[in-house]
Design a protein around this ligand. Structure first.
Ligand code: NAP
Length: 281
C-alpha cells in the first residue's frame, strides 16, 4: 500500500459526471456486486469540472479503486490521468479510470469494446471484413465506434453527419478508410453498407426523430442504434420490418462496463438477461 491508498479492504468505485442522476451504471454494478457476492460499493458522484482534479486525487485515499467517467468530463480527464491507453488517446476521451497501487491514475476507453461486443453478441454472423459500414453521427460516441470498427478490420466507413466539418475532422484523424457523405445524401449510403450504425442522438427520448430515408436498407444488412431510450427506435423498427438483424444500444452500455468491474472488483461479470433487467428496472 502507498500513502495514496486508504487501508480499506472494501473496494469502492463509482461514476463521476454532472448531472449524474440519470446514470444507469450504479444499478448495473450493484447488480453484479450482489450476484458475485463482492463486498464493495459503487456510488454516483456529481462533480463540477473545477473540482474534478481534486476529487480524483482524493478518492484513492478514501479506498476507491477506480471510477467511470461520463459527460461532461470524458475529455478533461485525459489531462489529469498519469497514463492513457492508446485507444483512449485515439478516441480523445476516457470512460474508465483505474487507481493503481503505485498512486498513478490509468485512463482507458471501453466504449468501442462495448460497442463491438454488443454487435458480436447480437449479430454473431456479421463479418467485419465483408463490407462497408455506414455511420450516422460524428460526435464522441462515433469516434469510439469508428476506432473499434477500423481495428476489427472493416474495409470502408461511410460517415454522414449533420455538421459536415465534424465528420471531416474524424476522416482526417482516422484516415483514408473513411468517406464523408453529405447529410442530405445519408439515405443513399445505406444500400451500400453491410452494417448501419446510428451514433447520433436522433430518435432518443426528448430529441428529434431520425428523418434519414431508410428505403435503401437491405435485409442482409445488420443495423444497430446506440440510442437505447427507447429500445426500439424508428431505425431499429424499420430494420426489423425489412428483416434485418438488429441490435439495440442497451447491450453496449452493459458490455462497456465489464472491463472496469473486473479490474476493480475481481470477477469478470456476465452480460445476460438479468443484467439487462437490472438497468431497465
Ligand atoms: P455528442 O457528442 O453530443 O454527438 C451528438 C451527435 O448527434 C452528433 O453527431 C450530432 O450532430 C448529432 N445530432 C444531434 N442532434 C441532431 C439533429 N437534430 N439532427 C442531426 N444530427 C443531430 O453525443 P455522443 O456522446 O456522441 O452520443 C450520441 C448518442 O449515443 C446519444 O444518444 C447517447 O446517449 C448515445 N450513446 C449510447 C451509448 C451506449 O452505451 N449505448 C454510449 C455512448 C453514447 P452535429 O455534429 O451536427 O451536432
Amino acid at each position: 500500500m502507498t500513502d495514496t491508498q486508504a487501508p480499506s479492504s472494501i473496494p469502492l468505485a463509482g461514476v463521476i459526471g454532472s448531472p449524474i442522476s440519470h446514470s444507469k451504471s450504479p444499478q448495473l454494478h450493484r447488480h453484479w456486486l450482489s450476484k458475485y457476492g463482492v463486498r464493495g460499493f459503487y456510488i454516483p458522484m456529481d462533480v463540477a469540472a473545477r473540482d474534478l482534479r481534486d476529487v480524483l486525487i482524493t478518492l484513492p485515499k478514501a479506498g476507491f479503486v477506480g471510477v467511470n467517467i461520463t459527460i461532461p468530463h470524458k475529455e478533461a480527464v485525459l489531462e489529469i490521468a498519469d497514463l492513457v491507453t492508446d485507444r483512449a488517446t485515439l478516441i480523445g476521451a476516457a470512460n474508465t479510470l483505474i487507481f493503481r497501487k503505485d498512486g498513478k491514475i490509468h485512463a482507458d476507453n471501453t466504449d468501442g469494446y462495448g460497442f463491438l461486443e454488443n454487435l458480436k453478441a447480437g449479430a454473431p454472423k456479421w463479418n467485419p471484413t465483408q463490407g462497408a459500414a455506414a455511420i450516422l453521427g460524428a460526435g464522441g460516441a462515433s469516434r469510439a465506434v469508428i476506432a473499434s470498427l477500423l481495428e476489427a478490420g472493416v474495409p470502408e466507413i461511410l460517415l454522414s453527419n449533420r455538421t459536415r466539418v465534424r465528420a471531416e475532422k474524424l476522416q482526417s484523424d482516422f484516415g483514408n478508410r473513411i468517406t464523408v457523405i453529405d447529410w442530405v445524401q445519408a439515405g443513399n449510403m445505406l444500400e451500400e453498407a453491410s452494417l448501419v450504425v446510428n451514433t447520433s442522438s436522433l430518435g432518443m427520448v426528448g430529441k428529434p426523430e431520425m428523418r434519414v430515408p431508410l428505403d435503401g436498407l437491405r435485409k442482409e444488412t445488420v443495423v444497430t442504434d446506440l440510442v437505447y431510450t427507447p429500445l426500439k427506435t424508428r431505425l431499429i423498427e424499420t430494420a426489423d420490418e425489412k428483416g434485418c438483424v438488429t441490435v439495440d444500444g442497451l447491450g453496449m452500455l452493459l458490455h462497456q462496463a465489464v472491463p472496469g468491474f473486473e479490474r476493480w472488483f475481481g470477477p469478470r461479470p456476465e452480460v445476460d438477461r438479468e443484467a439487462r433487467a437490472a438497468v431497465l428496472r
